[in-house]
Design a protein around this ligand. Structure first.
Ligand SMILES: [Zn+2]
Ligand SMILES: [Zn+2]
Length: 462
């Protein structure tokens, strides 16, 4: 026992601190998503590069070597290839990644939905898509340009260089250079170890070896791009999702906590970020060019970074007043309302209220047509009031209510004071009548009819 404990202390790397279960879960989900989705973009990207290699002829390559630059038409064709790749493959995958990143939030809040067509999401997809095409086409151009310069070194014949370059189309500058070095190394070794070998044979064998190496480099590059792009979208989607849930008033104030993948704790960039907590919208502190606005608000911190963010709610959402017309809700099903007591045939009593308009006089039942029982009162100013008896959901008679307005319909149980109700109608330049109910009969139909009566009163039809 003691020995085991001691052995743990032998590796007291500060980065080995234990991750919270929640932090580990967000990492696991991101990584599971990456593992599942990577193969598709890798396949299509390697196929795209293969097509680009086939599309260029040795004649064109030899011309490029002699000119010292690749022609504009070829560069444009590459840009088109990448633009198509973004539209056909990356954009759908980015959206898929964003949706996957929101699965937990959707599970936690059944009312929440992630909108992949929101302004924030679309802006990112379009900006980042355009930027991705520009960057990758530029990288490819740079790689080829660097390769073309070797024509002047005298180490290669034009034909030799053309063949080597063709296999490296799609690689970046560093990779292309490594491939050319590898070609040279293989050729040199072959000639040294086989004194009788013809140079053309050594060239052919070296080209085959370099082509195999290039294929491996292409796969690596495709994996790097796929992982990084999916990680960009996943993390961006999670962040946008939090914002959307806040807009939907489902979650309150949130902080984000960087969670570094276990295999990345040794990475100096991500290891330093692990556990760093920031407000939403703030940038994490890591080096590197900003590829698009807001990039440093979320992982990845570098190509192939598999870090994620844990969002922690610090404050519950604050109640927001929602505009009246948007909150009309269904009535409770009628079967939830207990059978009401028959109404007292005697004249209804206005509950005492200090806000009651003074001098109310009962004028008898009012018949507005299809509204059920209603009673008319006239206050001392001569204004007519219509009352409809109401009850609580439990069937208990309640104080009078105003009817026929969004606020009242929504609240259901809300009791309006007379002056307020009156003001409401007056403010809208409505006639001096208001229906208020107080009866154990507030079923869906009678309420709706009462509302209609209110509306008709308000419109001056009655
Ligand atoms: Zn890292
Ligand atoms: Zn990382």
């Amino acid at each position: 026992m003691f020995r085991i404990r001691k052995s743990i202390h032998l590796h007291p790397i500060h980065k080995a601190k234990r991750k919270s279960k929640a932090a580990q879960e967000v990492l696991d989900k991101l990584n599971a998503f990456l593992d599942a989705t990577e193969p598709e973009p890798v396949y299509f990207l390697t196929r795209l590069w293969n097509d680009q290699q086939q599309a260029i002829t040795y004649k064109e390559l030899r011309e490029a070597i002699l000119n010292g630059y690749i022609d504009v038409k070829t560069i444009q064709a590459w840009q088109n290839d990448y633009a198509n790749f973004v539209n056909e493959h990356l954009k759908p995958l980015w959206i898929e990644a964003m949706q996957a990143a929101n699965a937990d939030l959707m599970a936690a809040h059944p009312d929440y939905f992630f909108d992949p067509m929101s302004q924030g999401v679309l802006k990112w997809i379009n900006e980042h898509g355009a930027q991705w095409v520009t960057v990758i086409a530029e990288e490819q151009k740079e790689a080829i340009s660097a390769m073309l310069q070797h024509a002047y070194s005298g180490a290669f014949t034009v034909d030799e260089l053309a063949r080597t370059i063709r296999a490296t189309i799609g690689l970046n500058k560093v990779q292309a250079k490594a491939n050319l070095n590898y070609y040279q190394h293989v050729k040199k070794t072959l000639l040294e170890n086989n004194p009788g070998m013809k140079e053309s044979t050594a060239q052919k064998k070296a080209q085959e070896a370099a082509a195999k190496y290039a294929a491996k480099q292409h796969r690596q590059r495709a994996f790097t791009i796929a992982t990084t792009e999916m990680a960009f979208a996943y993390n961006k989607g999670a962040d946008e999702g939090i914002k959307q849930a806040q807009e939907q008033n489902l979650i309150g104030k949130v902080v984000k906590v960087w969670s570094t993948a276990a295999d990345e704790l040794v990475c100096s960039i991500c290891g330093a970020l692990d556990g760093v907590e920031l407000e939403m919208g703030a940038d994490f502190d890591f080096k590197g060019n900003q590829l698009y606005s807001g990039q440093k608000q979320t992982p990845p911190a570098h190509p192939r970074c598999r870090c994620a963010l844990l969002y922690v709610e610090k404050e519950p959402p604050k109640y927001k007043t929602v505009p009246e017309q948007e909150v009309i809700q269904d009535w409770s099903p009628e079967d939830q309302i207990p059978t009401p007591e028959p109404p007292d045939p005697a004249k209804p009593v206005i509950p005492p209220s200090e806000k009651m308009p003074p001098g109310m006089k009962y004028k008898g039942k009012a018949n507005l047509g299809g509204t059920g029982e209603m009673h008319s009162y006239i206050d001392e100013t001569g204004q007519e009031w219509l009352f409809k008896p109401a009850q609580s959901k439990s069937g208990k008679p309640e104080a009078f209510r105003a009817c026929g307005t969004g606020r009242n319909r929504r609240a259901g149980r809300e009791v309006w004071s007379f002056p307020e109700a009156n003001k409401h109608h007056r403010r809208q330049d409505r006639p001096e009548a208001l229906a208020i109910h107080q009866r154990p009969a507030a079923t869906r139909n009678s309420r709706t009819a009462a509302e209609r009566a209110c509306n008709r009163l308000a419109a001056g039809e009655l």
